[in-house]
Design a protein around this ligand. Structure first.
Ligand SMILES: NC(=O)c1ccc[n+]([C@@H]2O[C@H](COP(=O)([O-])OP(=O)(O)OC[C@H]3O[C@@H](n4cnc5c(N)ncnc54)[C@H](OP(=O)(O)O)[C@@H]3O)[C@@H](O)[C@H]2O)c1
Length: 186
């Protein structure tokens, strides 16, 4: 567990953080590349933004206007509001399109990819290794990335927590505390 996170923050690292990392590794992200992240304000998206910035990429985020400030605060260089603009039709090319919310496909995104551009969307990821988690732990302890926590629910509120997540508009991650909500875990 990273030494600078609460239990709730740490619990939100492995699933979202590793999935985002494996997607960027699969796309072979390189310094100076341009990446577009769809669903940028979700769990995978918020990790992908910070990891892409760590790798030195220029990051364009697709999310609703409500989340522009959030994604900019963690590294977004450009933002697109999906309710106003269809990102698959913009006149710009990306080295990587990562659709973390899986709302598009390769055929739709081909037009906005460079000649050797890569489309990734959480499918067919390589096996997770312990080293991947240790890599994230190291980046967190160096303050390069941090989990974005939207809400924390108690175990008694688990049904409400699922309802909230199922709506599909959480910002980053939702955590469940087993114990008292305001307990100091540090
Ligand atoms: N979280 C994980 O650990 C994990 C791991 C593996 C796979 N997955 C899968 O990956 C997908 C994403 O999960 P997630 O937890 O990152 O996020 P999520 O909770 O599914 O989505 C949350 C974000 O998606 C944005 N969004 C909703 N509709 C959108 C649209 N049409 N275009 C662009 N953005 C849109 C929302 O922003 P607005 O509120 O601004 O609309 C919200 O911030 C899900 O299908 C999930 O099952 C998740």
């Amino acid at each position: 567990m990273p030494n600078n996170l609460s239990y709730e923050e740490a619990a939100a690292v492995p699933a979202g953080g590793l999935t985002a990392l494996k997607n960027l590794q699969k796309a072979n992200i390189q310094e100076g590349q341009k990446i577009l992240i769809n669903g940028a304000s979700g769990s995978l998206g918020t990790y992908a933004i910070q990891l892409a910035k760590y790798y030195g990429a220029e990051v364009t985020c697709v999310c609703s206007k409500n989340n522009f400030e959030l994604v900019k605060s963690i590294g977004a260089d450009k933002v697109i509001d999906y309710s106003k603009e269809d990102f698959t039709k913009i006149a710009y090319k990306y080295d990587i399109v990562y659709d973390s919310v899986m709302k598009s496909n390769y055929s739709q995104c081909k037009k906005i990819l460079t000649t050797n551009g890569v489309f990734v969307n959480n499918n067919q990821l390589s096996k997770i290794k312990v080293d991947d988690l240790l890599f994230l732990k190291d980046l967190i302890e160096k303050n390069k990335i941090k989990p974005v926590i939207d809400r924390i629910f108690s175990l008694d509120e688990i049904v409400e927590a699922h309802r909230y997540v199922d709506i599909g508009h959480k910002k980053g991650n939702v955590a469940i505390t087993i114990g008292h909500k305001n307990m100091d875990f540090y």
